[in-house]
Structure formats: structure tokens, C-alpha cells
Design a protein around this ligand. Sequence first.
Ligand SMILES: Cc1cc2nc3c(=O)[nH]c(=O)nc-3n(C[C@H](O)[C@H](O)[C@H](O)COP(=O)(O)OP(=O)(O)OC[C@H]3O[C@@H](n4cnc5c(N)ncnc54)[C@H](O)[C@@H]3O)c2cc1C
Length: 378
Amino acid sequence: MARTAVVVGAGIGGLSAAIGLRRAGWDVTVLERVTVFRPVGAGLVLQANGMRCLDALGLAAAVQLQGRPGGSGGTRRPDGRWLARIAAGDLERVLGTSAIGVHRADLHEMLLGALPDDTVVTGARVTAVTADGLVDYDGPAGPARIAADLVVGADGIHSTVRRLMWPAAAGPVHIGVRAWRGVTQVWDGDLAAAITWDRGAEFGIVPLVDGRVYWFAAVNAVPGRPAGDERASVLARFGSWHDPIPALVAATDTVLRDDLACLDEPLPTYVLGRVALLGDAAHAMTPSLGQGANQALEDAVVLAAVAGGPAGLAAYDARRRPRSQQVAKASRMIGRFGQQLENPIAVAARNAVMRLTPPRLALRSMARFTDWHPPAQP
Ligand SMILES: Cc1cc2nc3c(=O)[nH]c(=O)nc-3n(C[C@H](O)[C@H](O)[C@H](O)COP(=O)(O)OP(=O)(O)OC[C@H]3O[C@@H](n4cnc5c(N)ncnc54)[C@H](O)[C@@H]3O)c2cc1C
């Protein structure tokens, strides 16, 4: 009889794990608390590691159709001058594969479409989990219990599974950064992907397919109440930055805002009995390296590769915890050196270093995070 797995949470990490485990012969049920998936979110950059994971799950070709391979890009100043430029194709030459900008909702829909309809149970909020694989949830037909050989906690930064099974673990902490994200639906001009840095602020542009553009903005700020009109807040802060930043923001219908948080204290293990944590539930990180979803994809393909093997979940923990925690730590540091840096002398020194660093060298230093290959899938 097939081994059974319950995945808690149908985000990018949970759905990818479900796809990988099914391909490895597991009988999988995904429990998701929302009743309807809405096309929420903004964009994501799938880097070489994430694209290779999607390839391992049989989805890279479909994602490539939905995404736009990175062209030229780099880092700019608010007046538009370039601090560092990457020529189109350089990323591919250094890493062997291009980074792809996708709308999160498109990726989510594609992952969902790769699973049989009855795999994902919506309107199912998990309330209790035990180390021997019992999962209680409030489901569409009322309270229910399910037993499984493997329980995957893929329920995001505020994970219930982590809180229940790792009660002593510290919860997420705010990092003193407010981020806005949006997707501009129609954009005629030709755009380079770029991040623009000022003191304590950044604005990023990622062209998507069909003329859409994903953008993100961040400033140093203590957590606070939503402004009401988030687009006006972004324009107030970034309206004087180089073209086309003001026009992109002005042309965006929905602007999302988050006071960013991450798990600052690394967990001592991602595994307890039959339960494994994955994605943001295990290692919610800052977005500075753009690796949160890419790391969730890595978790998913490693879990699928080793969960049924002789070392089982211990192998998953050994392979995933050091790497994901190293990426999370680096992401935090890069944020401090990049968007969060406020001291004018430090900013000038950073900009000088960036101007003097050959782009290929900068790309190679990124390769230690992105140039990762998944294990063979069973
Ligand atoms: C501003 C910003 C920009 C980002 N940019 C990038 C980027 O460019 N590249 C990148 O790789 N990453 C990026 N990320 C990070 C990325 O979005 C996350 O790391 C990733 O989506 C996490 O996926 P996940 O599946 O682990 O969790 P989630 O997407 O949070 O999914 C968790 C799911 O679990 C469900 N759930 C929660 N509790 C329960 C429960 N009790 N019972 C049942 N279901 C439950 C939730 O409803 C949800 O569907 C960014 C993040 C932010 C904030």
C-alpha cells in the first residue's frame, strides 16, 4: 500500500512538496485553510535553483512559458545612474540558466493544476498535529482527523504546525522594513530589471510576460497601521525617483503592503517524529536575496527525494537545514548592506564598491545561493 502524506498549507512550498511526493509514489492530501484561492500576491523571481526544482517536478517548461527570462539589469541610484550593470545573457552564462520573473498567482495555479482535483482540500484549517502523524482540522464538513505516515508543515511564516510541535521556538520578528508590491497590468515600454537603492530605501522592477511589470519597494520603518491609500504612500516616497518608477506605481491598481518579518532564531531541527517543516514555516527569510520561494522549492524536491529512503526525514533535515539557514542569514545581511543602509558615508562606500566590482564577479558571488542542483527524484 502507498505511504500516506498530509501536507498542511497549499502555498508554493506545500503544493510543490505534494507534487514531488506524489511522483515518488506517496498518497498525498493537502489541507488548506482558505476556501477559495484568489489570484493574490505580486511577482516572484525564480532563480536557477528554483527553476531546476521545477524541472525536477516536471514543470519547468510550463513555467518558462508563463515567465519572462531575465534580460539585462543591474543596480541604479534614484537619479537613474547605474551602479552595476548585467548584460542580457550574463546570468545564463554564469549559472547555466536564466532567472524568470513570474506572477505568483500564475505559478500557484500551475502547481495546483499539476495535482488531481481531490488532492487539495480547501476550507480545512489544521488545529492539532502529533509526532506520530495524527492531524486534526476544521474541515468543510466539520471537525475531522486524518492519520498519515508523513506530515508536512508548509503553513507559512505563522505556522500552526511549528507553534504546536516546536512550542519553545521563537516566532517571527519584524525587521524594521516596510515593503510594498504591485503588478502593473499594461506597460508598453521596454524595461530592464533593476533595483534602485537610496539611503534606507529600494525600488525593484521585474518585467513579466504580456507587458505586465512586477515592482517592489521597501523603506526602513517600524510596523504600523495600513495607510489607507498605499499607492499614494509609495508615490510620496518614490515619486521623484528615476523613470519609469513614478509612472509604474501610478499605473498599478492594487498595492500590497507588508511590515516584513522573518524567523531570526534558526530552528534546531526541521523534523520531529513523522512531522517535517518546509518553506516559510521552517525558515521564513527576508526577501533581500529573493530566495524564500526558491528555498521552499528546494525543500520540496529534497523531501520528495529522501522521505521514503532509508534515512527518511533525518536525511531531509541534514540536507536542508544548514543550507536554508545559511541562505536566510545571508539574506538578512545583504538587506543590511543594501536597502537598510542609511549612514551616508557607508552608502557612498558601498556604491563605490559596487561601481568597481566587475559584474561577472558579483554574479559569481550570488552563485553560492542560486547555483544549486536538486537530488535525483525517485
Ligand atoms: C515582499 C516580498 C517579496 C518576496 N519576493 C520573493 C522573490 O522574489 N523570490 C522568492 O523566492 N521569494 C520571495 N518572497 C518569499 C516568498 O513569497 C515566500 O518565501 C514563499 O511564498 C513561502 O511559501 P510557503 O509555501 O512556505 O508559505 P505560504 O505561501 O505562506 O503558504 C502557506 C499556506 O498555508 C496555509 N495555512 C496557514 N495556516 C494553516 C492551517 N492552520 N491549516 C491549513 N492551512 C494553513 C496558508 O493559507 C497558505 O496557503 C517574497 C516575500 C515578500 C514578503
